[in-house]
Design a protein around this ligand. Structure first.
Ligand code: NZQ
Ligand code: ZN
Length: 388
């Protein structure tokens, strides 16, 4: 059932091999000072940096260089970027990279003129910005998070051992995003498949809640089938444009608020994954992969009808002669088999989780009231133990 909602998404997308050519037009909408935010250097090695800087120069922009955004961007980097953006009175933050760089850019955009501590205000107290927000544009180079078309911004505070997510409103979402699948060809395999699983997880987090007949579930099933199909091609041939472009498009729709319509959402795989990352700094998609199978097996009995639908409609499980639980559980087996085929991390111990930090990870896990199982700290500990 679809409830009451407003649907709109302010991010303009440019997609395809020629999409960078639209940057020129977009830049005309903003003032002269552009802060160019990027990661640890991949864009310098693959030529994207030079291509972007050339366009900025042609358009007469002053470039404020802001490299070094790390994966799982830190609160220290957020403060540094906010100070730089304010000091230079930048007119646009152009984020060139994956989810980390784009999330960071959104955080900086809302923090530069924030009169209180942005970490406390946005990521802990979950307040909305009341200050000026700097416009953000993005050029996506790594697929997975959906950050290119959503308000999400995830920042890590390693001192507090907490990875905090804030979903900002429409005025802090990228004004435009440029999506060229070829820009993702140089992503290392480990990161590529982590991104693939992140996409799957975003869809599952929204799908595994609020059962009943819902158009959103049909959209989610289609996106999952496309992802499964294309991911198996891309792991064999990462330069397969058809597969990579389908995956890029799927990733954007997996987390741009569309699949949330009519759905409550679960998000506990992400909450446990974020806590693992806060303690180990592991790659986001791999943290999700390491706990998904134990998590879904743990909550299965609370959501049999939805897991059964997943098994039949996504994986093509034949229901004949089986009871509902058997069918539902076969769907999870198919998910596990696919995960092994694409090569994601299946055990949290491979990411640095140890018996003696499980309790601390459980303490860093935000626990939501989900539809399928009333989770408590002891359940998180049990799931983490089973994920080892
Ligand atoms: O830093 P560089 O040198 O650019 O290298 C990056 C990084 O090492 C590399 N990379 C990216 N594009 C490349 C490339 N290497 C070669 N060629 C390219 N074209 O890939 C590595 C990973 O990049 P990163 O941006 O960290 O990955 P991802 O896109 O997975 O982002 C992860 C962050 O996003 C957050 C995560 O928690 C994590 O902090 N998330 C954001 C969400 C959102 N905005 O809604 C939702 C997600 O669930 C997630 O929580
Ligand atoms: Zn994610």
């Amino acid at each position: 059932m679809q409830g009451n909602f407003k649907y709109s998404n302010p991010t303009k997308l440019y997609f395809g091999k020629d999409s960078l050519s639209f940057l020129k037009e977009e830049l005309k909408n903003y003032g002269p000072k552009v802060m160019l935010s990027y990661g640890g250097g991949s864009i310098k090695r693959n030529g994207i940096y030079d291509a972007v800087v050339n366009i900025l120069k042609q358009e007469g922009k002053t470039v404020i260089d802001d490299g070094g955004v790390m994966s799982n961007p830190t609160v220290e980097k957020l403060y540094e970027g906010a100070a730089k953006a304010k000091e230079n009175a930048v007119d646009l933050i152009l984020a060139v990279g994956g989810g980390s760089t784009i999330d960071y850019a959104k955080g900086v955009a809302a923090s530069a003129y924030c009169e209180t501590d942005p970490w406390q205000t946005y990521y802990i107290e979950q307040k909305d910005p009341v200050c000026k927000i700097i416009p953000v544009g993005s050029i996506l180079t790594m697929v997975g998070t959906g950050s290119e078309m959503n308000g999400g911004s995830v920042i890590s505070n390693h001192t507090a051992k907490f990875k905090g997510g804030k979903v900002f409103g429409e005025n802090n979402m990228p004004k435009f995003s440029i999506l060229n699948p070829e820009f993702t060809f140089t992503v290392p395999t480990y990161q590529m498949v982590a991104g693939f699983f992140d996409i799957m997880s975003h869809i599952m987090e929204q799908y595994f809640s609020s059962d009943g007949d819902n158009t959103t579930d049909y959209l989610a099933e289609g996106l999952m089938r496309s992802l499964i199909h294309s991911s198996l091609i891309a792991v064999k041939d990462p330069k397969d444009y058809e597969a990579r472009s389908n995956i890029m498009w799927t990733a954007t729709w997996a987390l741009n608020t569309l699949l949330k319509k009519g759905k409550k959402g679960d998000w506990m795989v992400h909450m446990i994954g974020h806590a693992i990352s806060a303690h180990t700094n592991a790659t986001h998609g791999m943290t999700l992969a390491s706990v998904s199978i134990p998590y879904y097996k743990y909550v299965l009995d609370g959501g049999i009808s939805q897991f059964k639908k997943f098994a039949i409609n996504v994986w093509g499980v034949n229901p004949e002669g089986k009871d509902d639980r058997q069918i539902a559980s076969e769907g999870i087996d198919c998910l596990e088999k696919w995960m092994k085929e694409i090569g994601v991390v299946m055990h949290s111990s491979e990411l640095g989780v140890k018996e003696d930090n499980i309790e601390a990870i459980a303490d860093s896990t935000v626990i939501y009231h989900t539809d399928f199982y009333p989770l408590e700290r002891k359940d998180i500990i049990e799931i983490l133990q089973r994920s080892m």
